[in-house]
Design a protein around this ligand. Sequence first.
Ligand code: FAD
Ligand code: DHB
Length: 393
Amino acid sequence: MRRQIAIIGAGPAGMFLAHLLHAEGIEATVIERRDRPYVEGRVRAGVLEQGTVGLLRRLGLAGRLEREGLVHGGTNVSIDGRVFRIDMAALTGGATVTVYGQQEVMRDLFDAAELRGLDIRWNASDVALTGLDGDRPVVTWREGDAARRLTCDFVVGCDGYHGVSRAAIPASVLRTFERVYPFGWLGVLADVPPADHELVYANHERGFALASMRSPTRSRYYIQCGLNEDIGDWSDDRFWDELCLRLGSETAAKVTRGKSFEKSIAPLRSFVVEPMRWGRLFLAGDAAHIVPPTGAKGMNLAVSDVTMLGEALSEHYREGSDAGIDGYSARALARVWKAERFSWWFTSVTHRFPTMDGFDRRIQIAELDYLRGSPAAQRSLAENYVGLPLEAA
Ligand code: FAD
Ligand code: DHB
């Protein structure tokens, strides 16, 4: 097979890029290790920045999002049960975020991909990349018993943190920056109405908690937990009790308890590799960087990466200019590092660290109290939360 672009991975990065390239008339094949139900079934992100919503609209994929997405102009922060609201829309000249689950985004991307005839190869095993430092990269893989081979101009690694693309770059070229946090998030989904119409990020002496949602009838809650905790030790009752303690009485009074239908623990990590390009391979999304989930930046960053890469590839094919592809890594990393900083900061001020002493705790409370009282501090949070602009290279 011959294509202009090979995309490895059909997560948000891979599928947004596939649609962007299709809209520009650039031929691409997406090569995905799993099947569609698996990719669509993964419970992950829930909050879309305005830029992500804007891209869905531009691609003609926002029909269901406009009907079912929940637009939030504000968010809440709780310090040991005292809640205050940050009016993001007022502080940013009208910007908002939209609650619409990653699973819904993936369903819309896949449905439209079928209608538009995008080429996705599911259940691709043994994906291997060669010739990335030459003129004609080759991707090989297996589909059942059949061996496949695709020659292309460029390969885009959208295969997440555990993918093969990053590993195809020589170690001598890559610089890795990493911070692993000494805790995880225990997340629960339940078909009960959310505690509030907006999110509540709670800092409590016993640890972080987050009240989120997927719809007016489906709640998504998280609590900070130890890394080695056994999910089997967390009955629904124990989860609801701990959540309510951490949210504090004002928010807890509005929590509807119910049977959970999803419960899982995710570790927290900050991770970036530089550069995001090597020869004819580009990295995008989780393949190049991970943020801790506080602030909901992960999927949105994958989308801003491929928005920039889509522009760069379009310039290459339409205008014969390589300025965009040559500038991609630096341009993407400038935004990635700002999101890394925000996610690290928001995690730092809301979580209980095992090494924290009384001084650290009081500094944390002072920082959040400052946020409560300072429009300047609130504006800084708000503009990061709704998503920083995609600046020029
Ligand atoms: P992925 O979504 O990881 O997609 C990569 C794709 O590549 C997958 O479909 C995978 O099957 C495929 N693949 C992997 N290896 C290969 C291979 N060798 N060959 C072919 N295909 C391959 N973000 C938030 O903003 N909010 C959240 O609440 C949140 N919760 C999360 C919870 C969990 C448990 C995890 C893991 C992530 C969470 N994230 C969250 C992060 C967010 O989901 C990711 O940032 C986002 O999915 C990144 O998209 P991606 O396309 O770059 O990578
Ligand atoms: C959700 C996840 C987040 O990390 C966050 O900051 C807000 C919401 C969610 O899954 O709903």
